[in-house]
Design a binder for this molecule. Structure first.
Ligand SMILES: Nc1ncnc2c1ncn2[C@@H]1O[C@H](COP(=O)(O)OP(=O)(O)O)[C@@H](O)[C@H]1O
Ligand SMILES: [Mg+2]
Length: 405
């Protein structure tokens, strides 16, 4: 299932709503590069979520037939690759038909400057030496870690999208998807989305796929007022209590913590929230799939991040079968902080024991997948379900020591 906000992302600047000033400045900037007299080496495009920052970058590259070299904040290791390309002379590029390039550093305010000490320095060097235009985006350009970068760039601000722009965006989608959309219903979505097109489109998709039409009543029942950011406890509650896939996904994507951390929070609390061992199995299985997508996303295939979010949110939420019953009620549970569990199996004997355990739990998936993705989570909840798994004393001992290490 493709996300509508990606499916309907404008491919050309002319289709981007509002943001006329920004479009003009971006065009002038790229044209100054094409003339060989850049008016700025780098631009910092900033504004609240879902107003078109990433969209503008992609549309700009597309309109000028530039190759987009992209780095996301959560993968700043890629900076080195980009630097080595960016610093090479491009003088003869056009003679050989090599495409021009646009460097996109998306969400630079999301770079974890504590864990990633070199990243900001690396960006500053990149700006110094680049032979290609650099476009950076940020929600919060005043983040203290961006201070030095601010001095080296031209800043362009984007506004929240207006009511009419959002209405045009949603109506286009209603037409293409052939869903009946009443204006009052759309307006309700628009008001709750506070100028964030991604949020509005996600709501529309949730309702459209669930009901096939949008009315005021349905919108009122389904749309939740937008939360700024949820703390991890709220995120967990919204994921575990979600009855619809899109509710869980919204909770995951508005989490304060990033996806790696979120996976740890969820895994710690699955056995706390769910009581049925098969629900727990399904939830961990979904989480293990999320890890697989996440790993591939981090290897460069960022489109897969959306699936990782689907699995860790909707996959986990819908693991509870009881939810489908009309009289289902969410159970309040006290959640825990994630504990960090390390897997160390040094001796061969330990490894054999581990493999036996894995065989027992890998009924639904391959052995290898279980070793890498499910087993670490399994360790966390084994204590609680020890009795039901008919493990040998040796296996139990192994699990206990793995939990301690
Ligand atoms: N100005 C806009 N005009 C048309 N669609 C938009 C606009 N801004 C956002 N969108 C829609 O919302 C989605 C999310 O926007 P995006 O550019 O990713 O936001 P952000 O500012 O957070 O980078 C896009 O994929 C697109 O479908
Ligand atoms: Mg973006």
């Amino acid at each position: 299932m493709i996300q509508w906000f990606l499916k309907y992302r404008p491919r050309s600047l002319k289709d981007v709503e509002n943001q006329e000033d920004a479009k003009k400045e971006l065009q002038e900037w790229i044209e100054s590069w094409l003339k060989g007299k850049p008016n700025a080496k780098a631009i910092l495009l900033y504004g609240p979520p879902g107003v078109g920052k990433t969209t503008l970058a992609e549309a700009l590259a597309n309109d000028y037939n530039l190759e987009l070299l992209e780095m996301n904040a959560s993968d700043s290791r890629k900076l080195q690759d980009i630097k080595s390309i960016a610093e090479k002379a491009a003088v003869y590029g056009s003679l050989f038909g090599i495409k021009g390039k646009l460097i996109l550093l998306d969400e630079v305010d999301g770079i974890n400057t504590r864990e990633d000490l070199g990243a900001i320095q690396g960006i500053l060097e990149l700006i110094e030496k680049t032979k290609y235009p650099i476009l950076m985006t940020a929600n919060d350009p005043w983040d203290p870690s961006l201070r030095e970068i601010r001095n080296k760039v031209k800043m362009i601000g984007l506004n929240r999208l207006g009511k009419y722009a959002l209405r045009r965006i949603l109506k286009k989608i209603c037409q293409s998807e052939k869903i009946e959309c009443e204006d009052e219903g759309l307006d309700y979505i628009i008001e709750t989305s506070e100028g964030d097109a991604r949020y509005a489109i996600n709501m529309l998709q949730g309702i459209g796929e669930g009901y096939g039409k949008v009315t005021l009543d349905i919108a009122k029942a389904m749309v939740r007022r937008k939360e700024r950011e949820l703390d991890p406890f709220e995120t967990l509650r919204d994921i575990f209590w979600a009855r619809y896939a899109w509710q869980a996904k919204n909770a995951a994507t508005s989490a304060q913590v990033d996806y790696d951390m979120l996976i740890r929070w969820i895994s710690e609390n699955i056995p706390i929230q769910y009581e049925n061992i098969e629900d727990i199995w399904r939830a961990f299985d979904a989480l293990s799939r999320a890890s697989i997508f996440l790993k591939r996303a981090k290897a460069g295939d960022w489109d897969l991040l959306s699936y990782a979010y689907d699995m860790m949110s909707s996959g986990v939420a819908l693991a509870e079968i009881e939810k489908k019953k009309p009289n289902w009620k969410p159970k309040w549970k006290k959640y825990q902080f994630p504990s960090y569990i390390q897997l160390l199996s040094k001796s061969k004997d330990l490894r054999d024991t581990r493999d036996e355990i894995i065989k027992k739990i890998s009924i639904h998936s391959s052995f290898e997948k279980t070793v890498n993705y499910t087993y670490p989570y399994f360790l966390i909840f084994f204590k609680k379900y020890e009795k039901r798994l008919s493990l040998s004393p040796k296996e139990k001992e192994y699990l206990n020591s793995a939990l301690k290490s």
